[in-house]
Design a protein around this ligand. Structure first.
Ligand SMILES: [Zn+2]
Ligand SMILES: [Zn+2]
Length: 421
């Protein structure tokens, strides 16, 4: 048994905000209440800390199988635990692609053996994510996938998207799309605008994303499917999502910490500033923050995308897209959103807990009988992020050396403390 004592229990699902204890028996929460006692239980003193439902990351890349130079399920989930995440959803763009039940099962088995945080795989929408024919979606669902996506690229055509949606709806699977128009994206390495001109780097217009968001929403209207827009970066995309929500479509979206923190003005000749979608304009960044505040954005997802130093340590043009995300996500939420007064703490927690849970069709709360996944954090602990100390195999982050106020202090998965600061 584990007894988490004297923490500020803050739960967006139950709206509880009070100093309470949480008693865990086995892999379930057995009681939430004042002055709990349990003889023989391990005690975690959470005085001056916040005790919240376990965080879920809807979008990450664990690189296994096939990319073990950059990350493995073991190293990636250790990094996730340090970020306060109790469950992470891994995208299927591995080698081989997770487009069949055998790959799904191997990911689930490796995650169980690694024993850190829960891993919920996302299956490919199309075979090898090539955009030609449907992947084995129902067999993957039986093996444990929680959503489908061809992340890394969009579902290739509207026709294929229609088939994917028609197939996923009766299975209850959300369709997650990486929205980009390949013809507009081609050759680009950062957001098109005055800053790409200044740096002499080929730009990608914001419309590359929003055109595809518009297409996918049209397909959601046609099919009634559950559509989730990955790593949304443009205000025009947000406008489409807002309109879709107003008309009652089942459309949701996520924003990454780097897109609510940085802009194209921050880009320099350092591949740690190269990601897809690229860092957007200041106006876009501000629009995303208003969407996070007013509920138009449903969750924060990291898009943790490790790349081995050897692959990132090349000219900007040649480097792969993507940065690490797990360990700085919550701290960036504090420094960019909560501490400056742009979001109340409870809303930030929604974006890490009930928000992603709802997209997956599950509940997430601190209550008796629920799975004992708990994130314990401080809102004012000062620390400096050192990528070199990360259990991740990669170091590609623009936040190395940044000092933060607020940090995950312990991560509990299925009743077990898997990380403690
Ligand atoms: Zn993507
Ligand atoms: Zn991704």
């Amino acid at each position: 048994m584990l007894l988490i004592k004297n923490g500020r229990v803050l739960d967006p699902a139950t709206k509880i905000d009070a100093t309470l204890d949480v008693l865990i028996d086995g892999d379930r929460i057995s009681k939430v209440g004042a002055n709990l006692d349990a003889s023989g239980a391990e005690v975690f003193d959470a005085t001056s800390l916040v005790v919240a439902p376990g965080f879920i990351d809807l979008h990450c890349h664990l690189r296994e199988p096939g990319g073990e130079m950059s990350e493995t399920i073991e190293t990636g989930t250790k990094s996730a635990a340090r970020g306060g995440f109790t469950a992470v959803c891994c995208m299927p763009n591995t080698q081989p692609v997770n487009d069949n039940a055998a790959v799904t099962r191997s990911i689930v088995e490796r995650a169980a053996a690694a024993g850190t945080v829960r891993v919920w795989p996302i299956g490919a929408a199309s075979k090898s994510s090539k955009g030609e024919s449907l992947a084995e979606i129902s067999a993957m669902k039986a093996a444990g996938i929680v959503a489908v996506s061809d992340d890394g690229k969009p579902v290739a055509t509207a026709r294929l998207m229609r088939q994917v949606m028609d197939y996923c709806t009766p299975l209850g699977l959300p369709v997650i799309d990486h929205c980009e128009d390949p013809s507009l994206f081609a050759g680009g390495v950062m957001r098109e605008g005055p800053h790409s001109l200044k740096l002499g780097l080929q730009g990608i217009p914001a419309a590359s994303e929003s055109i595809c968001v518009g297409r996918d929403i049209e397909m959601a209207l046609l099919t009634g499917a559950r559509l989730h827009i990955a790593h949304m970066s443009a205000s025009a995309s947000l406008a489409y999502v807002r309109a879709a929500k107003r008309s009652g479509l089942r459309v949701t979206c996520e924003v990454t910490p780097h897109h609510f923190t940085l802009t194209d003005e921050d880009v320099r000749y350092d591949a740690s500033y190269k990601m897809n979608p690229p860092l957007a304009s200041r106006a876009d960044r501000d629009a995303l923050i208003s969407g996070l505040a007013d509920g138009s954005v449903d969750c924060i997802a990291t898009d943790h995308a490790p790349h081995h130093p050897a692959s990132k340590d090349v000219e900007f043009d040649r480097a792969p897209f993507g940065i690490l995300g797990f360990e700085t996500a919550l701290a960036l939420g504090f420094s960019e959103l909560v501490h400056p007064g742009k979001l109340p703490l409870i809303r930030l927690l929604e974006l890490f807990t009930t928000g992603p849970a709802r997209i997956l069709g599950i509940e997430r709360k601190l209550a008796a009988g629920e799975p004992a996944d708990v994130t314990i954090f401080s809102t004012d602990h000062e620390w400096t992020y050192r990528a070199a100390d990360s259990p991740s195999k990669s170091r590609n982050t623009p936040f190395d050396g940044r000092t933060f106020r607020g940090a995950p202090m312990a991560t509990v998965v299925a009743g077990r403390i898997v990380y403690r600061r």
